[in-house]
Design a protein around this ligand. Structure first.
Ligand SMILES: Nc1ncnc2c1ncn2[C@@H]1O[C@H](COP(=O)(O)OP(=O)(O)OP(=O)(O)O)[C@@H](O)[C@H]1O
Ligand SMILES: [Mg+2]
Length: 231
Protein backbone atom coordinates (compact mmCIF):
# COMPACT_ATOMS: atom_id res chain seq x y z
CA UNK A 1 0.00 0.00 0.00
CA UNK A 2 1.28 3.45 -0.87
CA UNK A 3 1.18 6.39 1.49
CA UNK A 4 -0.59 8.59 -1.00
CA UNK A 5 -2.25 10.64 1.71
CA UNK A 6 0.56 11.16 4.23
CA UNK A 7 0.48 14.92 4.89
CA UNK A 8 3.47 16.99 5.97
CA UNK A 9 3.53 20.79 6.37
CA UNK A 10 6.80 22.43 7.35
CA UNK A 11 7.29 26.08 8.23
CA UNK A 12 4.25 27.04 6.19
CA UNK A 13 3.54 30.72 5.84
CA UNK A 14 0.29 32.10 4.48
CA UNK A 15 -1.04 35.65 4.39
CA UNK A 16 -3.82 37.41 2.55
CA UNK A 17 -3.42 40.86 1.16
CA UNK A 18 -6.35 43.20 1.50
CA UNK A 19 -5.44 46.45 -0.21
CA UNK A 20 -2.05 47.42 1.16
CA UNK A 21 -2.46 45.39 4.33
CA UNK A 22 -1.18 41.82 4.71
CA UNK A 23 -3.11 39.65 7.14
CA UNK A 24 -1.02 36.76 8.38
CA UNK A 25 -2.92 33.48 8.85
CA UNK A 26 0.06 31.16 9.39
CA UNK A 27 3.60 32.38 10.00
CA UNK A 28 5.32 29.08 10.82
CA UNK A 29 2.97 26.12 10.72
CA UNK A 30 4.18 22.53 11.13
CA UNK A 31 1.71 19.67 10.85
CA UNK A 32 1.92 15.94 10.21
CA UNK A 33 -1.13 13.82 9.44
CA UNK A 34 -0.21 10.18 8.82
CA UNK A 35 -1.88 8.10 6.13
CA UNK A 36 -5.07 6.58 7.52
CA UNK A 37 -5.62 9.19 10.24
CA UNK A 38 -8.98 10.87 10.93
CA UNK A 39 -8.35 14.35 12.32
CA UNK A 40 -10.88 16.90 13.49
CA UNK A 41 -9.81 20.52 13.27
CA UNK A 42 -11.48 23.02 15.55
CA UNK A 43 -10.80 26.66 16.26
CA UNK A 44 -12.36 30.11 16.24
CA UNK A 45 -13.91 31.63 13.15
CA UNK A 46 -11.21 33.21 11.02
CA UNK A 47 -8.39 31.10 12.50
CA UNK A 48 -7.57 29.63 9.09
CA UNK A 49 -9.30 26.22 9.09
CA UNK A 50 -10.73 26.56 5.59
CA UNK A 51 -7.48 28.13 4.39
CA UNK A 52 -5.67 25.00 5.57
CA UNK A 53 -8.16 22.69 3.81
CA UNK A 54 -7.79 24.72 0.63
CA UNK A 55 -4.02 24.29 0.78
CA UNK A 56 -4.40 20.53 1.38
CA UNK A 57 -6.70 20.39 -1.66
CA UNK A 58 -4.18 22.23 -3.81
CA UNK A 59 -6.72 25.01 -4.35
CA UNK A 60 -4.68 27.58 -2.44
CA UNK A 61 -0.90 27.57 -1.92
CA UNK A 62 1.48 28.38 0.89
CA UNK A 63 3.50 31.61 0.48
CA UNK A 64 6.55 29.79 1.89
CA UNK A 65 7.46 26.49 3.50
CA UNK A 66 6.79 23.01 2.20
CA UNK A 67 3.54 21.07 1.74
CA UNK A 68 4.01 17.40 0.93
CA UNK A 69 1.22 14.88 0.40
CA UNK A 70 2.35 11.36 -0.40
CA UNK A 71 5.34 11.90 -2.65
CA UNK A 72 4.08 15.17 -4.11
CA UNK A 73 5.44 18.57 -3.18
CA UNK A 74 2.26 20.57 -3.72
CA UNK A 75 4.08 23.89 -3.31
CA UNK A 76 6.25 23.03 -6.32
CA UNK A 77 3.41 22.05 -8.64
CA UNK A 78 1.76 24.21 -11.30
CA UNK A 79 -2.00 24.70 -11.69
CA UNK A 80 -2.52 21.92 -14.25
CA UNK A 81 -0.51 19.38 -12.28
CA UNK A 82 -2.39 20.34 -9.09
CA UNK A 83 -5.77 19.98 -10.77
CA UNK A 84 -4.88 16.53 -12.05
CA UNK A 85 -3.40 15.48 -8.70
CA UNK A 86 -6.58 16.70 -6.95
CA UNK A 87 -8.85 14.78 -9.34
CA UNK A 88 -7.05 11.54 -8.50
CA UNK A 89 -6.33 11.96 -4.81
CA UNK A 90 -8.77 14.26 -3.04
CA UNK A 91 -12.49 14.23 -2.29
CA UNK A 92 -14.10 17.32 -0.78
CA UNK A 93 -17.28 17.44 1.32
CA UNK A 94 -18.85 20.87 1.86
CA UNK A 95 -21.14 22.24 4.56
CA UNK A 96 -23.87 23.18 2.07
CA UNK A 97 -23.36 20.11 -0.15
CA UNK A 98 -22.63 22.11 -3.35
CA UNK A 99 -24.84 19.87 -5.46
CA UNK A 100 -26.04 21.05 -8.86
CA UNK A 101 -29.84 21.43 -8.63
CA UNK A 102 -30.53 20.64 -12.29
CA UNK A 103 -28.78 17.28 -12.07
CA UNK A 104 -30.17 14.10 -10.49
CA UNK A 105 -28.47 12.40 -7.54
CA UNK A 106 -26.70 9.97 -9.90
CA UNK A 107 -25.62 12.75 -12.28
CA UNK A 108 -24.18 14.79 -9.39
CA UNK A 109 -22.18 11.80 -8.20
CA UNK A 110 -21.03 11.02 -11.76
CA UNK A 111 -19.53 14.51 -12.32
CA UNK A 112 -15.95 13.80 -11.14
CA UNK A 113 -15.84 10.70 -13.35
CA UNK A 114 -16.47 12.67 -16.54
CA UNK A 115 -12.80 13.73 -16.39
CA UNK A 116 -11.69 10.10 -16.53
CA UNK A 117 -11.31 7.68 -19.43
CA UNK A 118 -14.25 5.51 -18.38
CA UNK A 119 -17.14 4.13 -20.44
CA UNK A 120 -20.70 5.10 -19.61
CA UNK A 121 -21.22 1.61 -18.23
CA UNK A 122 -18.16 1.81 -15.98
CA UNK A 123 -19.28 5.21 -14.71
CA UNK A 124 -22.75 3.87 -14.03
CA UNK A 125 -21.33 0.93 -12.05
CA UNK A 126 -19.16 3.17 -9.89
CA UNK A 127 -22.03 5.59 -9.23
CA UNK A 128 -24.36 2.74 -8.24
CA UNK A 129 -21.70 1.32 -5.94
CA UNK A 130 -21.12 4.54 -3.98
CA UNK A 131 -24.82 5.45 -3.83
CA UNK A 132 -25.36 2.00 -2.36
CA UNK A 133 -22.50 2.61 0.11
CA UNK A 134 -24.13 5.81 1.41
CA UNK A 135 -27.55 4.16 1.65
CA UNK A 136 -29.17 5.91 -1.30
CA UNK A 137 -29.62 3.00 -3.71
CA UNK A 138 -32.87 3.47 -5.63
CA UNK A 139 -32.74 7.27 -5.49
CA UNK A 140 -30.56 7.73 -8.58
CA UNK A 141 -33.14 9.78 -10.47
CA UNK A 142 -34.22 12.00 -7.61
CA UNK A 143 -33.24 15.68 -7.63
CA UNK A 144 -31.43 17.24 -4.66
CA UNK A 145 -34.30 19.67 -3.99
CA UNK A 146 -36.59 16.75 -3.18
CA UNK A 147 -34.19 15.29 -0.60
CA UNK A 148 -33.50 16.06 3.07
CA UNK A 149 -30.30 17.79 4.13
CA UNK A 150 -28.93 14.50 5.43
CA UNK A 151 -29.65 12.77 2.12
CA UNK A 152 -28.10 15.64 0.15
CA UNK A 153 -24.97 15.41 2.27
CA UNK A 154 -24.82 11.68 1.59
CA UNK A 155 -24.86 12.49 -2.13
CA UNK A 156 -22.06 14.95 -1.39
CA UNK A 157 -20.07 12.16 0.25
CA UNK A 158 -20.81 9.75 -2.62
CA UNK A 159 -19.54 12.36 -5.09
CA UNK A 160 -16.41 12.90 -2.96
CA UNK A 161 -15.50 9.20 -2.92
CA UNK A 162 -16.60 8.10 -6.41
CA UNK A 163 -13.07 8.55 -7.79
CA UNK A 164 -11.70 6.52 -4.86
CA UNK A 165 -9.42 9.27 -3.48
CA UNK A 166 -7.15 8.43 -0.56
CA UNK A 167 -7.75 11.81 1.12
CA UNK A 168 -11.13 13.24 2.18
CA UNK A 169 -11.37 16.90 3.19
CA UNK A 170 -14.57 17.91 4.96
CA UNK A 171 -15.42 21.51 5.87
CA UNK A 172 -18.21 21.51 8.48
CA UNK A 173 -19.87 18.44 6.94
CA UNK A 174 -22.52 18.34 9.68
CA UNK A 175 -22.86 22.10 10.16
CA UNK A 176 -26.23 22.29 8.43
CA UNK A 177 -27.73 19.02 9.72
CA UNK A 178 -29.96 17.96 12.59
CA UNK A 179 -28.49 15.61 15.14
CA UNK A 180 -29.74 12.35 13.61
CA UNK A 181 -28.55 13.24 10.10
CA UNK A 182 -25.24 14.47 11.52
CA UNK A 183 -24.78 11.11 13.25
CA UNK A 184 -25.45 9.30 9.94
CA UNK A 185 -22.81 11.38 8.20
CA UNK A 186 -20.28 10.85 11.01
CA UNK A 187 -20.90 7.11 10.98
CA UNK A 188 -20.25 7.12 7.26
CA UNK A 189 -16.99 9.03 7.66
CA UNK A 190 -15.92 6.62 10.40
CA UNK A 191 -16.63 3.69 8.07
CA UNK A 192 -14.66 5.30 5.24
CA UNK A 193 -11.73 5.81 7.60
CA UNK A 194 -11.74 2.47 9.39
CA UNK A 195 -12.87 0.10 6.65
CA UNK A 196 -11.65 1.78 3.48
CA UNK A 197 -8.54 3.42 4.95
CA UNK A 198 -9.34 6.96 3.82
CA UNK A 199 -7.34 9.70 5.47
CA UNK A 200 -9.86 12.30 6.69
CA UNK A 201 -9.35 15.91 7.71
CA UNK A 202 -12.61 17.35 9.03
CA UNK A 203 -13.15 20.95 10.11
CA UNK A 204 -15.94 21.26 12.64
CA UNK A 205 -17.35 23.57 15.31
CA UNK A 206 -19.21 20.68 16.91
CA UNK A 207 -17.39 18.80 19.71
CA UNK A 208 -19.72 15.83 19.15
CA UNK A 209 -18.62 15.61 15.53
CA UNK A 210 -14.98 15.92 16.59
CA UNK A 211 -15.60 12.95 18.90
CA UNK A 212 -15.85 10.72 15.83
CA UNK A 213 -12.29 11.53 14.80
CA UNK A 214 -9.22 9.71 16.07
CA UNK A 215 -7.82 13.00 17.35
CA UNK A 216 -8.68 16.67 17.53
CA UNK A 217 -6.42 19.60 16.78
CA UNK A 218 -7.26 23.11 17.93
CA UNK A 219 -6.13 25.91 15.70
CA UNK A 220 -5.54 29.25 17.36
CA UNK A 221 -3.34 32.19 16.44
CA UNK A 222 -1.77 30.25 13.60
CA UNK A 223 -0.70 27.24 15.67
CA UNK A 224 -2.13 23.82 16.49
CA UNK A 225 -2.67 22.43 19.96
CA UNK A 226 -3.56 18.75 20.21
CA UNK A 227 -6.46 17.88 22.51
CA UNK A 228 -6.40 14.89 24.83
CA UNK A 229 -8.95 12.43 23.56
CA UNK A 230 -11.52 11.76 26.25
CA UNK A 231 -11.72 8.07 27.11
N1 LIG B 1 -9.35 34.75 -0.41
C1 LIG B 1 -9.15 35.50 0.68
N2 LIG B 1 -8.74 36.81 0.59
C2 LIG B 1 -8.54 37.53 1.69
N3 LIG B 1 -8.67 37.08 2.94
C3 LIG B 1 -9.07 35.82 3.11
C4 LIG B 1 -9.33 34.95 2.00
N4 LIG B 1 -9.70 33.73 2.48
C5 LIG B 1 -9.68 33.85 3.82
N5 LIG B 1 -9.29 35.09 4.21
C6 LIG B 1 -9.12 35.55 5.59
O1 LIG B 1 -8.27 34.61 6.23
C7 LIG B 1 -8.71 34.36 7.57
C8 LIG B 1 -8.93 32.88 7.75
O2 LIG B 1 -10.05 32.49 6.98
P1 LIG B 1 -10.64 31.01 6.97
O3 LIG B 1 -11.78 31.02 6.04
O4 LIG B 1 -9.54 30.06 6.71
O5 LIG B 1 -11.13 30.87 8.47
P2 LIG B 1 -11.96 29.68 9.16
O6 LIG B 1 -11.16 29.22 10.32
O7 LIG B 1 -12.33 28.68 8.13
O8 LIG B 1 -13.26 30.44 9.68
P3 LIG B 1 -14.79 29.91 9.81
O9 LIG B 1 -14.84 29.07 11.05
O10 LIG B 1 -15.58 31.18 9.96
O11 LIG B 1 -15.15 29.16 8.55
C9 LIG B 1 -9.93 35.23 7.78
O12 LIG B 1 -9.53 36.39 8.44
C10 LIG B 1 -10.41 35.53 6.38
O13 LIG B 1 -11.07 36.76 6.34
MG1 LIG C 1 -14.13 28.05 7.30
Amino acid sequence: MTHAAHIELKEVRKAYRIGSEAISIFSDLDLTIPQGDFVAIMGPSGSGKSTLLNMLAGIDRPDAGSLTIGDHRLDWMGEAALASWRAHNVGIVFQFYNLLPMLTAAENVELPLLLKPLSKKERRERVDKVLDLVGLAGRERQYPSSMSGGQQQRIGIARAIVSDPSLLLCDEPTGDLDRASADDVLQMLTFLNRELGKTIVMVTHDPRAAGSARRTLYLDKGQFIEAEKAA
